[in-house]
Design a binder for this molecule. Sequence first.
Ligand SMILES: C[S@@+](CC[C@H](N)C(=O)[O-])C[C@H]1O[C@@H](n2cnc3c(N)ncnc32)[C@H](O)[C@@H]1O
Length: 270
Amino acid sequence: MAADPRYRTDLFRGVAPYYDAFRPPYPPEMLEDLLGRVPISGAGRLLDLACGTGQIALPLADRFVEVWAVDQEEGSIAWGRSTPRARALTNVTWLRGRAETVELEGPFELVAIGNAFHRLDRNVVAGRVVDWLGPGGCVALLWSPVPWVGRAPWQPALGRLLGEWMQRAGATDRVPPGWEAAIDADPHEQVLQRAGLDYVGRFEFGREQTWTLETLKGFVYSTSFLNRGALGSMVDEFEWELARWVTSFGPEGTLGEVNSFVYELARAPA
Ligand SMILES: C[S@@+](CC[C@H](N)C(=O)[O-])C[C@H]1O[C@@H](n2cnc3c(N)ncnc32)[C@H](O)[C@@H]1O
């Protein structure tokens, strides 16, 4: 089995305000569906691993007595913890730490990993998740769509534009080569099963979205690979070209897409 690719540990530096403002939230109906499949008691604990600014911890906090929100980047933790939503909660502990090494005590009823499992040393983390879960506890991998992947003609064109800018900005080291091949060769389902978890399934929730120049730019700045830090002194030039590119597709508000949020669920033996 080939080792998972390694990502730099500072890729989200400076992105927290953009991540918070411009990443479309997980659909409430998807979170409800997830909670309906996890045996939550109302007295249990949630671990949001690689939590970013709290995309899972915050909307689910009132369903658990205790929530741990863990991420390796201080900027994300600090931003998440200071949001009005987080400040109104008393049961969330924010902790800076790496999923592979952070010291945490189980049991958790649910370990949720949003848009991040591919960034982790999956075998190590899956093994740790098994230790953290109580009997019958669940791990959920949540995935959001990205605007440059989809069937609308503008989406692959956007992908090409962002790829060109990664080259121009010298940011290509932000995505390790072969990351998709590594997942194809050893899918998440297989990794979770090998760790001793029962794979329950993959659940998909379609949505429609229209992007504007502002929301698209905000989304790009929330990424690991073409945020403002990655662009450096080329920010103004990039913004000018993105504006020109968006306009070339028609009037504001015409960049529509149909796409899906997804979660994968696996359960520890009861
Ligand atoms: C794309 S963001 C996902 C944020 C949020 N969980 C969500 O659902 O959208 C990926 C996050 O994973 C974190 N991350 C990446 N590798 C990590 C690791 N080894 N341990 C902890 N956090 C990690 C990054 O710092 C970043 O905040």
